[in-house]
Design a binder for this molecule. Structure first.
Ligand SMILES: Cc1cc2nc3c(=O)[nH]c(=O)nc-3n(C[C@H](O)[C@H](O)[C@H](O)COP(=O)(O)O)c2cc1C
Length: 188
């Protein structure tokens, strides 16, 4: 059975450097034999989590159910997030929070999943300061986060016109993160 990977960017911005890094990682994972699907959080149109809204609607929003099902149907997560003031993005946090909300027939899809983390930024640190918090959050909800991760500094200069990383060392690092993810997943 092929390993199924769900790729999620913490930025849905049209020219997002995190989307570009995620797409480069996706290409590598496909080359290494995985099936990868990219999920755009913006398309789920999730409201900002609000317990009153959840109670009043008498169930989870449709986008939340879609997100939970998508996570459940994949073995692994490949997550790229921008860094906002040293933290990961509210878009990603809101999506994860919604996906952990219980509803009969739709338990939290996270326990037992494996995830690898990426970050990209036009800045000099590449968004790395946001990743420890993603690691803590995911670990706390039952996800095994692989030790390897990658942050990409000056990211707007790093891709060629086909979306591939120009720098061979960065490409190798990304290949390492992806292969560690695929090695760690146990597909029964
Ligand atoms: C509110 C806000 C805070 C930001 N804080 C940081 C930061 O702490 N470190 C950093 O490297 N970039 C920071 N940036 C710049 C983002 O890295 C940049 O906008 C990046 O392009 C966002 O990722 P994206 O291209 O995937 O959308 C910040 C941007 C915003 C809007």
């Amino acid at each position: 059975m092929k390993t199924k990977v769900l790729a999620i960017s913490g930025s849905s911005r049209k020219d997002s450097v995190n989307k570009r890094l995620l797409e480069a990682a996706t290409a590598i994972a496909r080359t290494q034999g995985a099936e990868v699907n990219i999920l755009d959080l913006r398309e789920l149109a999730l409201p900002l989590y609000d317990g009153d809204l959840e109670a009043a609607s008498g169930g989870l929003p449709e986008g939340c159910i879609r997100l939970k099902q998508a996570i459940r149907e994949h073995h692994a997560l490949l997550i790229a997030s921008p860094e906002y003031n040293g933290f990961f993005s509210p878009l990603l946090k809101n999506g994860i929070d919604w996906a952990t909300r219980p509803q009969e027939g739709f338990p939290s899809p996270f326990p037992g999943k494996v995830a690898a983390l990426l970050a990209a930024s036009p800045g000099a640190l590449g968004g790395i300061r946001g990743l420890p918090a993603v690691r803590i959050l995911l670990s706390g909800i039952g996800v095994l986060v692989t030790p390897g991760q990658m942050s990409l500094p000056l990211a707007q200069q790093c891709f060629d016109e086909k979306g591939a990383l120009i720098n061979g060392q960065q490409q190798k690092m990304l290949e390492g993160v992806v292969s560690e993810l695929l090695r760690t997943v146990r597909v029964d």
